[in-house]
Design a protein around this ligand. Sequence first.
Ligand SMILES: Cc1ncc(COP(=O)(O)O)c(C=O)c1O
Length: 374
Amino acid sequence: MESSVYAELVPAYIANLRIYQSGKSIAEVQRTYGVQEVVKLASNENPWGASPRAMEAVRAHLQEVHRYPDQAAIDLRSALAHRYHLKNENIIVGNGSEGIMALIARAFLHDDDEALTAHGTFTGFPILCHSRGITPTCVPLRDYCFDLEAIAERITPRTKLIYLCNPNNPTGTFFSRRAFDRFMENVPARVLVLLDEAYFEFACKLADYPDSMDYRHDNVITLRTFSKAYGLAGLRIGYGFGHPELIASLWKVKLPFEPGLLSQVAGVAALEDEDFLSHTLEQNQQGLDLYTRELTRLGVQWVPSAANFIAIETPPGWNAQQLFTALLRRGVIIRPLEQSGLPGNLRISIGKPEENKTCLSCLEEVLKLGPEAA
Ligand SMILES: Cc1ncc(COP(=O)(O)O)c(C=O)c1O
């Protein structure tokens, strides 16, 4: 393509950015592969839909959408403050947890700051660093887990921000309380730790899971979301907890009316929807149990998961793209993990029981056929 005069307007670090690739859509797979029935297990969404209480709240407030939402999102922040025993000034809400991650990059990262994370984690974070002209230092995972010791060793006087994801997307692994305690002892107070707990609800009952709310580290900002366990990905609501001074800086760079009016009321209602949450968690566990049993039977290596997805290793003789395409042809969308830095792995989001069975039986079929015939 010829470069236009506009190319000069774009800084090199923006021109070189790779756009975030979301999972393939159902419509796209229907069109491309001519299949009617499509099972989408690619984006870690809630297969059980949205919290019914949240949907009811959205319906009840539809007639108000000509008004701007409450800029301070007081109801939603108060509900979160009540739930997590915090003050409102500890809380920011935004357009998904990734929206808040963007605020963190915008508010804190500049010039020759360094950012640190793992190679093999959520791709949203490196993209945001690059958008600030900063190439993050990425430390390899160890056994598919964040290697906190190795990350701590890479801290330099220029390190400003460390991104940790617990449980980690896309591997589903989590680091323990002990590992986190030891890590925090080695992180200077001047370094910010961004703790992404997008899958918190799925892991929080595990004995060894370090729930960041049990700690009081002034340099930790926790991010959580309504997109996963509460099923509200399409409404874009996330929240962050942290020291009031850090949170106040984030408010300064936030667009005034995020999240939208319907999102705010949905968030409040979803928090009260215990039934929906426990159904989601119970079904997710059953789904995970099914995958671990069946994948073992099929001889596919899998990674123990504390989230609503499971990562697998590409079976010998296959590459990840071949397996991904063979499943797409049968109407099953999963996620190859090359973009996440794990070219030999794929990730399957846990679906409803019938979706999981379809995925597993298609997997069995293609593995029997082999990469050439599948
Ligand atoms: C680890 C992690 N963080 C953040 C996000 C973004 O979630 P949200 O919908 O809250 O922006 C995702 C979404 O997949 C994720 O996996």
